[in-house]
Design a protein around this ligand. Structure first.
Ligand SMILES: [Zn+2]
Length: 193
């Protein structure tokens, strides 16, 4: 025969047991807790620093956060990499910025400033360079005209090593211009010259 008091005590124990389970499980099941723990983890930032050898302009910019390109930053980069002879701006393929970001990481210089020799070229500028400076090896269908190419060097790394690192990425064209001391990279087909 179970007394009323004994039944109450048993229910109480059962309740306490459940309360205990809820308490220890709470941090794992509370959706609020999950949201706040992920939101405090910062998304990786993709940052680039450039010095333009023709305009002497510098830019230091975060152009991507996690998987998201930052439109305002891309606009600023488009303007920064404009055809400096004509002032014309073309929208750059942001995969080129990822390529540069990974290139710096691959040579162990993720925060290095990249010297820019040439960014976007209008067809007129490309033709001008091709006819007046035949020795610089400007291609007729250069990807500079699609804003998918850039000519660069790093001040504290030899151009030959930069070229080798770019080739190792297998992410597009790599041109080596030893006499002018720069490397061309683009996001076109994988090729070299
Ligand atoms: Zn080039």
């Amino acid at each position: 025969m179970v007394t009323k008091k004994a039944r109450t005590t048993s229910r109480m124990k059962h309740f306490l047991h459940l309360a205990f389970l809820v308490l220890i499980a709470a941090p794992f099941t509370n959706p609020q807790a999950i949201v706040s723990s992920t939101s405090t983890q910062p998304e990786p930032e993709y940052r680039l620093r450039f010095f333009h050898t023709h305009t002497n302009e510098r830019i230091d910019i975060v152009y991507r956060r996690g998987d998201t390109y930052i439109p305002e930053a891309l606009h600023r980069l488009d303007y920064y990499l404009r055809d400096w002879r004509t002032g014309e701006v073309h929208h750059y393929d942001p995969r080129l910025f990822d390529l540069l970001h990974d290139l710096l990481a691959s040579v162990g210089e993720p925060n290095d400033e990249i010297d820019v020799i040439c960014g976007y070229r209008t067809p007129q500028t490309n033709e001008f360079l091709r006819t007046r400076h035949a020795h610089t090896g400007v291609a007729e269908h250069s990807l500079h005209m699609q804003a998918e190419a850039i000519d660069i060097r790093l001040s504290d790394l030899s151009t030959a090593r930069l070229r080798d690192a770019a080739l190792a990425l297998h992410r597009g064209g790599v041109g080596y211009y030893q006499a002018s001391n720069f490397v061309h990279v683009d996001v076109g087909r994988v090729r070299r010259w």
